[in-house]
Write a protein that binds this ligand. Structure first.
Ligand code: 5RP
Length: 220
């Protein structure tokens, strides 16, 4: 059911792609379906788009499907970014970073005119925070960052055998979250932290929620 729901949401998002667009491509098993569907539209309809991937796995996937790739050096304005999420609340605050790509994902989403998130129904929650917040940090400051995260109510656990595409480490950090925007900013103000997986400053314009073969679209 979940896999079918992911596919439904991912495929539906590809219909928002228009000829000539600069796209941001997120990371994960749901957005994979979007990327495959976009590749299908490029092949069948001759769409001319260029895509900026948010991770090495996405870059490899898109390139294997013959999607034209570029980078933020060439394009700083992105028309549409499509990405997945680990949790979404009713105000469309997100937790991302289950795949450890949230830093690049947030940069790309922030540079995008439109941001669409694709999820299956299990990701919809009343309050974000059931899923730990991924905090990417420089290994140099590990102990200090952990202490500061505890000081603001977090319970940091270093992700085992994992380095981000940027060569850094991640603390998966459980928080009780009643003010996502303020927590996003507080975590990012800790010296040594690069970025965290709360997306409250840059929330999506639309979330496509798949449930089996059906879907619903939630708009900001
Ligand atoms: C990667 C992410 C992913 O978008 C998030 O983990 C959802 O992935 P999936 O669609 O595989 O459940 O934030 O950093």
């Amino acid at each position: 059911m979940n896999e079918e729901s992911k596919k439904t949401a991912g495929k539906r998002s590809a219909l928002f792609v228009e000829d000539g667009m600069v796209l941001g491509l997120g990371t994960g098993s749901t957005v994979r379906y979007a990327i495959e569907a976009i590749a299908g539209r490029i092949r069948d309809e001759g769409l001319d788009v260029v895509a900026l991937p948010t991770s090495k796995p996405t870059e490899e996937l898109a390139s294997s499907l013959n999607i034209k790739l570029s980078s933020l050096i060439e394009y700083s304005d992105i028309d549409l970014c499509i990405d997945g999420a680990d949790e979404v609340d009713k105000e469309l605050n997100l937790i991302k970073g289950g795949g450890g790509a949230h830093t690049r994902e947030k940069i790309i989403a922030s540079a995008s005119k439109e941001f669409i998130v694709v999820v299956d129904e299990s990701k919809m929650v009343d309050r974000i925070g059931g899923f730990p917040v991924a905090v990417e940090f420089l290994g140099f400051g590990k102990r200090l960052v952990a202490n500061q995260l505890r000081r603001i109510g977090g319970d940091p656990i270093c992700r085992k055998n994992f380095k981000t595409d940027n060569g850094n480490l991640i603390f998966d950090t459980k928080f009780y979250i009643d003010d996502p925007l303020s927590l996003e900013d507080r975590i990012n103000s800790i010296p040594g932290v690069l970025e965290n997986g709360i997306f409250s400053r840059r929330r999506p314009e639309r979330v496509i929620v798949g449930r089996g073969e059906r879907y619903r679209v939630i708009e900001k």
